[in-house]
Design a protein around this ligand. Structure first.
Ligand SMILES: [Zn+2]
Length: 112
């Protein structure tokens, strides 16, 4: 059971369309999840996430933008260590790993 941080609906689940709110796990991690527990959809977005191998801390505003299906600008670093700014959105389809589903990100070009 997670603790609600705010009952404000930040947007809608890209996989099932249900309302998404901000909550905290028992071990103190902040996440964005369904307002009501669902058994048929496992969408969860952690505030501290990895995007293309880069550690990222999402703001609520960025999560709202992602849940609308729009892109956010993120400072990322290439494998060679070179920073660049990218437009990133949530792919509407999940990434499946060992039978579990995780958010998948989409690169939508360089910020100019
Ligand atoms: Zn869902």
């Amino acid at each position: 059971m997670n603790y609600l941080l705010n009952t404000k609906i930040l947007g809608f689940c890209p996989w099932c369309g249900a309302p998404i709110i901000k909550a905290k796990t028992r071990d103190g991690r902040t996440l964005y999840e369904h307002e009501e527990k669902k058994t048929d959809c496992s969408f969860v977005l952690f505030q501290n996430a990895y995007v293309f191998g880069n550690p990222v801390r999402f703001t609520d505003a960025q999560v709202e933008t992602l849940l609308r299906g729009e892109s956010i600008a993120l400072r990322l670093v290439t494998k060679a260590g070179k920073p660049f700014d990218a437009w990133v959105s949530l792919d509407p389809k999940p990434r499946t790993f060992r039978g579990k589903q995780y958010p998948r990100y989409k690169f939508n070009g360089y910020v100019r």
